[in-house]
Design a protein around this ligand. Sequence first.
Ligand code: C2E
Ligand code: MG
Ligand code: MG
Length: 594
Amino acid sequence: MINLYASQPSANILIVDDKPPNLRILSTMLAKAGYKVRAVTSGNMAITAAKTMPPDIILLDIKMPDMDGYEVCQQLKQFPETAEIPVIFLSALQDAEDKVKAFEAGGVDYVIKPFQFEEIRARVSLHLAFRKTRDQLRQLNQELEKRVEERTTALLETQGELLFNARHDSLTKLANRRLFLERVELALKRVHEENNYIFAVFVIDLDRFKRINDSEGHMVGDDLLIEVSHTLETLVSPADTVARVGGDEFAILLDPIDDVNEALRIAQKVQKALTTSFVIKEKEVFTSPSIGLTISLPSYQSAIEILRDADIAMGKAKEKGRGRYEIFNKQMHAQALKLLTLETDLRYGIDQGEFEVYYQPIMQLNPIKLVGFEALIRWQHPHKGFISPGEFIPVAENTGLIIPIGTIVLEKVCHQIQIWNQKYPNATTLKVAVNLSSQQFNDSNLVQNIDEILEKMGLSSKNLKIEITETSLIEYSLESTKLVNELKKRNLEICLDDFGTGYSSLSYLHRFPVDTLKIDRSFIDSIGKPKENSEIIQSIITLAHNLGMEVVAEGIETEEQLIYLQQLKCDYGQGYFFNRPLPPTEAEKLLNNN
Ligand code: C2E
Ligand code: MG
Ligand code: MG
């Protein structure tokens, strides 16, 4: 609420009147009331005075010789510095027309002479208060506008940030999958519109990243990803896009390129730059990239297809041995599709119980006698017929399906042993070997699972043997050592499968509590052939015996091979010469004869 009559003592008043006595009286009275007063006697002087030091209010006489009050007021309204000053006209004239003219000229009020001082004071006070209120309002308005502007800017910034976050990876600040696909989509549009426009897409996966992350911790893993992102950015031009499209997966859009060779050159650069060690948090970590690339063909219809193909090529590069690059081709696509169908079929097969276990007899070689079996899984696909484990086990390993499949095999085998133990008293000494995949080493429930199955079937661990390949034992030495120790605690025997195909280093053997060594089929196969490996076979057998291990020869197909192995004092053997893997009913017949 504004008090209109409160005096504004510090206010400046300019009085304009051509008659000095009038001026004097008015000045004195207003000065006494506390105002700062200036007085001038002509219109021109008034304009100069108002412009040099603008007063808060002007009392303006109308009738003056050089320029009348209306004219003065009109002129004052034209200059920005004086336009807003309220003008109160003073006049002896009483005509209504003059009052109208005064307001038209821009005056705010009109006082008739002879005046009463109280009236002047009240009107001055009123208009000063008006002015003050108006100024305050204007200021408030300006502040409001400023605030609105600030809020709008802040809002736009947040919006920009949100937009940025939606299209970028928060860790590396690289484009994310979404932005990457948008850019590829745009590039693809140009491929369809312009002749000879080509671009390339890379998918880069860091080999061993998961292991670095697990063993060195997430902080190291994160920093490694950031380092890699910086490195990648230095390898391409600013117009290209580097993106992080998955955990340890990066993608590059080279757009455009002159030809395929340009893409290959950059793939080599990436390969070289990332096949290195990074020092992160004072630790040295080694990486290498597996790179898949694809070139924009007009036959592509969407960015997703392009990324998918680069990804398939990357998988191929990884499969071929890491730290390499592969260009996508049509066969890869067909193969990827086949694998995908196989995965779907596997899931279905698990649900439908399409798996069986066959048993291949394991014979003592001298004298020949049945001592056990190797359990080998068989998949009878309802439409595709028999699918070999060599084909579906790798898919099961890559998809994690090996875990339920492993359980199925263990259960079936233990159940079978239980049946045979009950039917044939001499079967209780038989051992059945079950294959374990390296992917099962990470299954924290595996050991407990074995315990439970054995207990449920009322079996002792001496009927069961576990086969682990030499390669997986070495490649996953951390996990395998832990597992092997757990299995040994339960008196389960361990057989090292496919020995001689992997690291073929005999020096580590004593570190693992292995009971049996199974010589790979390829060695047995060479017996009697030009490139015979007899010396190696001999030394494997000798070494194993020295370490207190027994030896099984895998893949005996001929009598010649058998006789030879008997001479070398190989303990056991299995192979088509004796029997193929047999369905349970067939295997059972052997027990009957034994
Ligand atoms: P493996 O464990 O080395 O099994 C021996 C393979 O050699 C079997 O192939 C067997 O049928 C074959 N074989 C045996 N004797 C002869 C012979 O005289 N000549 C020839 N040419 N081959 C012979 P299969 O059954 O196709 O299994 C292939 C591989 O699949 C196995 O190699 C094993 O690594 C894996 N596998 C089989 N069953 C399972 C399973 O239940 N779990 C896991 N994780 N892997 C399994
Ligand atoms: Mg085996
Ligand atoms: Mg084998």
